[in-house]
Design a protein around this ligand. Structure first.
Ligand SMILES: NC(=O)c1ccc[n+]([C@@H]2O[C@H](COP(=O)([O-])OP(=O)(O)OC[C@H]3O[C@@H](n4cnc5c(N)ncnc54)[C@H](OP(=O)(O)O)[C@@H]3O)[C@@H](O)[C@H]2O)c1
Length: 344
């Protein structure tokens, strides 16, 4: 039995994590929930029970075996080492340690054995987009070696946490209907007011820039896909380029993926490999295709529209969707916790 702490228990990922720990009957002896001082004393549901939130303070992790970190990077940088020093193993959903050479970066279905080496007692979960993508494409990489991957993402607002959901809600309920009413009356347009999270309206819109702009004009989300993919696949030769786009969807990230392989792959071979890939469900019967809404609230990553690329013999085009809060974050973290407990 495990004494477990969830840091960020009131957030989107933390909340989902409490649900998944219960659903999967994780052997919890004691559960402690941590959040900001705004939530001190607030109760969060864990199965039939309610757990009171505590604030982070020196000594708060004493006696815990596992600490799950579901807060932003600066807090993870500060508190993950504190939890590790207190003797806990740490599963971190933030980006704080992902590219550190002595911290493994693990997708449970792809590189589970990497949890065996945790010299800092910390293991990182990849970014939600990388996680969904690699769950789907790693079996193809193992079979034929991905040479190059071109990815266009359609990322939901929950990827930006509670603030993202609130911003879309506010804009839909307050601004979109008003703008539409006025437009129909032949009056003003463009009344959807930008919020705090995105510089342009996200409601009734598509924002072709997710994350912050970095090297060569690519964003932090785009570079995460490049670097995290190589670390997880243990293969620096995989070429990746991406355009990460935010869409007005609540939960579920989708991506269009074009793949070139070292050995050619047919549509038939791909369907066979994906059909038996752990964590993947094929939705590809010619007309059928998965949407973010189909993947919201369920565990598997959905793959459809598998096509042989006519411009690149032996290459493929795919469509992948997955719940960014479940497989993209909380579910993978619980799977890693299970791996850690099993190995102990
Ligand atoms: N959302 C996704 O799809 C996704 C996917 C993969 C990884 N992640 C990562 O997971 C982490 C959490 O994301 P999220 O989407 O769940 O964010 P969120 O909904 O905004 O939740 C943030 C959590 O952090 C807590 N927090 C804020 N300040 C704190 C403080 N000073 N001390 C303790 N707790 C504090 C909040 O508590 P209060 O409620 O008290 O403010 C809340 O529980 C982030 O690192 C994110 O990058 C998110």
């Amino acid at each position: 039995m495990t004494r477990i702490g969830v840091v960020g228990a009131t957030g989107l990922v933390g909340n989902e994590m409490l649900r998944i720990l219960e659903e999967r009957k994780f052997p919890v002896q004691e559960l402690r929930a941590f959040a900001s001082s705004r939530s001190e004393g607030r109760r969060v549901p864990f199965g039939e029970r309610w757990v009171r939130c505590e604030v982070l303070r020196p000594g708060c992790f004493e006696g815990l075996d596992l600490v799950m970190i579901d807060v932003d990077d600066p807090l993870a940088v500060e508190w993950a080492p504190v939890a590790a020093e207190a003797g806990a193993k740490v599963v971190d959903n933030s980006a704080a340690f992902r590219m550190e050479p002595d911290v493994p970066l693990v997708v449970a279905e792809v590189n589970p054995d990497d949890v065996d080496e945790m010299p800092r007692r910390i293991v990182s979960c990849p970014n939600c987009t990388t996680m969904v993508l690699l769950t789907a494409v790693a079996p193809l990489h193992r079979a034929a070696g991905i040479e190059r991957m071109v990815v266009s993402t359609y990322q939901s607002v929950s990827g930006a946490g509670q603030a993202g959901i609130r911003e879309l809600d506010d804009q839909w309920t307050r601004d979109v209907s008003r703008t539409e009413r006025l437009r129909r009356a032949g009056a003003l347009e463009g009344l959807i007011v930008p919020g705090q999270v995105w510089p342009k309206p996200i409601a009734a819109n598509v924002i072709p820039l997710a994350g912050s702009v970095g090297e060569r004009g690519y964003t932090s989300e785009e570079w995460k896909l490049v670097h995290e993919t190589r670390k997880i696949l243990h293969d620096d030769s995989v070429a990746v380029t991406a355009t990460c786009v935010r869409v007005p969807v609540y939960v579920g990230h989708a991506m269009a993926v074009n793949l070139s392989f070292r050995s050619p792959v047919t549509r038939g071979q791909a369907l066979e490999l994906l059909g038996r890939a752990p964590g993947v469900r094929l939705v590809d019967d010619g007309n059928g295709y998965p949407t973010p809404l189909d993947s919201a609230g369920i565990d598997p990553v959905l793959v459809g529209r598998v096509r042989s690329d006519p411009s690149n013999p032996g290459g493929l085009d795919l469509w992948v969707t997955g719940d960014n809060l479940r497989k993209g974050a909380a579910l993978n973290a619980v799977q890693l916790a299970e791996l850690i407990v099993d190995r102990e």
